[in-house]
Ligand binder design. Structure first.
Ligand SMILES: Nc1ncnc2c1ncn2[C@@H]1O[C@H](COP(=O)(O)OP(=O)(O)O)[C@@H](O)[C@H]1O
Ligand SMILES: [Mg+2]
Length: 288
């Protein structure tokens, strides 16, 4: 059995509050069964309201993040991208006008500058592509298949993508597809950034109640306290996206001296398919 690393951020605030609620009602149960039943029911309602509130806040966080990503992508494209293009033209001009008898060091320095500029341009283009919302018109399976292919080409990692045949995957509303895509994208980006892996596998698994994205690699393994640094938003963002759709994020490390990391991001079908139709009025009706 694989031991799982329990991330500190995994604690669900509603669960903690629910336990508090039950603890305080335990005394009432010793005096009256009826009072106990009422207390449990009130406590259950309270938990349900808190869970709904957590979902609402997680969804709101996702909306704000997507707006910010669009803004940063636009800025990067328009300002940094434009400056890089100007610098490329300027260097091309230098190359053209460089006298034939210019010192060899001068030509070598020019080549180095052009290479760095190419590298920065490529990194910027990739950042803009990562930040932009992907085209999900052809569905989540097509978007993820396309993304894993381009990831393999870009990183040189051996990659596989396996997807359950489930018609519900074709009916995901846009916000649900984007959440699933972003979680998978961050899991792969983490592999490229941290895992030092030679290969990665992505699977979409489905059951009656859940859609699960499973991303595993054969890299160095995730450190036990990963995700607790406040400056790291990747795992926290993945967890928030799962929470927004009544799911959870689990990171599984292999047994002691084996390698690799497995990320399991679970979403509830009911929340994924229901969000588009979730009435606005219900949001404002939630009171804490
Ligand atoms: N697949 C992985 N293999 C090894 N370490 C990982 C992997 N995914 C995440 N990590 C670790 O978890 C940390 C937190 O990840 P994340 O929250 O995405 O932040 P960031 O990617 O910005 O560092 C990373 O800094 C890294 O140490
Ligand atoms: Mg990350």
């Amino acid at each position: 059995m694989e031991p799982s690393i329990v991330l500190a951020m995994h604690t669900h605030p509603a669960t903690a509050l629910a336990l508090d609620g039950f603890a305080s009602h335990a005394t009432a149960s010793s005096t009256s069964n009826a009072a106990d039943t009422r207390a449990r029911s009130a406590s259950g309602d309270h938990v349900a309201r808190l869970q709904a509130r957590v979902r609402e806040l997680a969804s709101e966080l996702m909306r704000v993040q997507e707006t910010t990503r669009r803004h940063v992508a636009q800025e990067l494209h328009d300002s940094v991208g434009a400056e890089l293009t100007a610098a490329r033209f300027a260097l091309a001009g230098v190359e053209t006008w460089l006298p034939a008898d210019a010192p060899q060091q001068c030509t070598a320095a020019l080549e180095t500058a052009q290479r760095s500029l190419d590298a920065v341009t490529q990194a910027t283009q990739q950042a803009v592509a990562d930040l932009h919302a992907p085209t999900l018109d052809k569905g989540i399976v097509c978007a993820l298949s396309h993304w894993t292919n381009s990831f393999a080409v870009r990183t040189g990692l051996r990659m596989s993508f396996v997807c359950a045949a489930d018609a519900r995957l074709t009916r995901l509303p846009a916000d649900a597809s984007l959440a699933v895509f972003r979680v998978a994208q961050e899991a792969l980006n983490n592999i490229a950034k941290h895992a030092r892996a030679s290969g990665a596998d992505m699977r979409i698994e489905t059951t009656g109640a859940h859609l699960t994205i499973v991303v595993s690699d054969d890299g160095v393994g995730i450190p036990p306290h990963a995700g607790q640094d406040e400056r790291q938003f990747g795992l926290a963002g993945m967890r928030a996206r799962c929470n927004a759709f009544d799911g959870e994020l689990r990171i599984v490390a292999p047994a002691t001296d084996a390698r690799g990391t497995t990320v399991r991001a679970r979403f509830a079908w009911k929340a994924l398919l229901g969000n588009a139709a979730r009435p606005r009025a219900r949001r404002t009706a939630i009171r804490l």
